[in-house]
Ligand binder design. Structure first.
Ligand code: DAK
Length: 262
């Protein structure tokens, strides 16, 4: 399958049902230009269809930056129409990642600024190395977050902190990001990828249908009224019993052994 994943700016490695995607543009601190965005769009399409992949980890090449934002040199001379189509491309890619049926983990190994912070926010779990710096500094460049930041950040950490961060453009350390709920956990740079893989393995070993369904319910439910979301959960709970997974999971528990989900 590796032949399916050959790109100019992205490296992909699939091992033990876990795909690790590395944005490989360290000279520009892994900034997202149109080419990188299009490659990300393509790789996540393929990963969605790849039955050998259960969980995806995304990180940036080097020890300095996850993604330092949208590409400022590409954006500088855009006219409004070009900016709209660039923003649409970013939205399409990040929505694809957010709605991927497989769980995603951002391993934030340094700067996650602007589009980089927005990219991390489109993922299910964010782990950060101690040296990571996060933020939405766009207003300092005379623009607004254009890849969903004005919407995802307040939903994730609440409007008060989101307004402070977006309106000032201030950046924060990994520890502060953890305190306000922007990242799940902060670890040393040397153990970041191990930590990400450990989380990914736990997910990959759980029931596939259960994991996919739980992700879908949390994503969709947040944008629904509570009564409808509860009905959707009840019905989905029932459907789990046609997947074969409860028989394996509960059977293994009662027999005091580890489940082996197919
Ligand atoms: N884009 C392009 N190149 C970048 C970059 C970026 N975002 N960030 C860094 N680079 C490049 C630098 O230009 C430099 O290139 P050379 O000069 O070596 O050729 C190289 O990466 C190394 O960067 P530095 O020399 O600056 O490294 P330092 O360690 O001194 O500083 C830094 C690291 C991350 C603090 C600094 O590079 C920095 O402040 N970078 C910009 C961070 C930032 O402001 N990010 C937000 C970008 S704005 C929209 C769509 C999208 C967006 C908005 C609107 N619409 C269409 C409406 C999204 C906007 C953003 O994401």
């Amino acid at each position: 399958m590796l032949g399916d994943y050959e790109y100019k700016n992205i490296l992909v490695d699939v091992e033990e049902r876990i795909a690790t995607i590395l944005i490989n543009r360290p000279k520009a601190l892994n900034a997202l230009n149109t080419e990188v965005l299009k490659e990300l769009e393509d790789v996540f399409d393929r990963l969605e269809r790849d039955d050998g992949v259960r969980v995806c980890i995304l990180t940036g090449k080097g020890d300095k930056s996850f993604v330092a934002g949208a590409d400022i040199s590409e954006m500088r001379d855009m006219d409004p129409l070009a900016a709209i189509s660039y923003s649409k491309l970013g939205h399409a890619v990040l929505s694809k990642i957010e709605n991927l049926s497989k769980p995603t983990i951002a391993a934030i190994n340094g700067f996650a600024l602007g589009g980089g912070c927005e990219l991390a926010m489109s993922m299910d779990i964010r782990l950060a190395s101690k040296n990571a710096i996060l933020g939405q500094p766009e207003v300092k460049l005379g623009v607004i977050p254009g890849f969903g930041g004005t919407q995802r950040l307040p939903r994730l950490i609440g409007p008060a902190k989101a307004k402070e961060l977006i309106l000032t453009g201030r950046t924060i350390t990994a520890d502060e990001a953890e305190r306000i709920g922007l990242v799940n956990k902060v670890v040393g740079p040397d153990v970041l990828m191990k930590e990400a893989r450990d989380v990914a393995k736990e997910i990959a070993n759980a029931g596939r249908f259960a994991v996919t369904t739980a992700k879908l319910l949390m994503n969709r439910g947040l944008n629904m009224d509570l009564d409808s979301a509860m009905i959707l959960e009840t019905q989905s709970f029932g459907i789990c019993f046609s997947s074969g997974e409860p028989a394996e999971g509960m059977g293994a528990f009662l027999e005091k052994k580890k489940p082996d989900f197919k």
